[in-house]
Design a protein around this ligand. Structure first.
Ligand SMILES: [Zn+2]
Length: 182
């Protein structure tokens, strides 16, 4: 399956217009992201990748080029419902979700497992989960089956930066909840 996209019409929030783009399928060399640039009439882009389930190496470089163009055009990017695949990639290339001051990570999915009962699940973490957390800690998720705390399948340090990015997005304040509701 190749990359599918769906432009969801613009919507307005607190006098700001956003363009929402949803991605699903495989991010590969066939990717052509120019349609986003053609349609974007605003400086605010919401990227929802919850359906993106594969990324190959050529897709990685196309994506990084796309991020560069958005950055050059000074478009603010809001990443919502980032898929586990995308966060895995960010664990390898931290800049996969740009570190610029107008790039915001609002939520992402991680695979968690329970050491006690072997339950697995994909859990979505949001910026709201890190709101009241002390520095250097990550939110705890309880196992629905046995009540133990769940662990991340991958090396946790790899994802540590993603939690720092969530925390950085708290500057968006009242915008966070409506953006997460998309
Ligand atoms: Zn358990």
């Amino acid at each position: 399956m190749t990359l599918n996209h769906k432009i969801v019409s613009e919507f307005s929030l607190e006098d700001t217009s956003f363009l929402i783009v949803k991605f699903s399928g495989t991010l590969d060399e066939k990717i052509d992201l120019s349609f986003v640039l053609e349609q974007i009439a605003t400086k605010h882009l919401i990227i929802d990748t919850r359906g993106l389930d594969k990324i190959n190496s050529l897709g990685v470089s196309a994506w990084l080029d796309f991020m560069d163009v958005l950055n050059e055009k000074q478009i603010s990017i809001y990443f919502v419902h980032c898929s586990y695949e995308l966060i895995l990639q960010k664990g390898i290339i931290d800049n996969f979700i740009p570190k610029s001051s107008n790039s915001f990570l609002l939520s992402f999915h991680l695979a968690l497992c329970c050491d006690d009962c072997q339950a697995n699940k994909i859990h979505e973490f949001t910026a709201l989960d890190v709101k009241n957390l002390p520095p250097n800690s990550i939110p705890e998720v309880m196992c629905g089956q046995c009540g133990s705390f769940m662990e991340c399948d991958e090396i946790e340090s790899q994802f540590y930066n993603a939690f720092i990015d969530l925390k950085r997005s708290l500057v968006l304040g009242g915008l966070i909840e409506p953006l997460l509701a998309i």
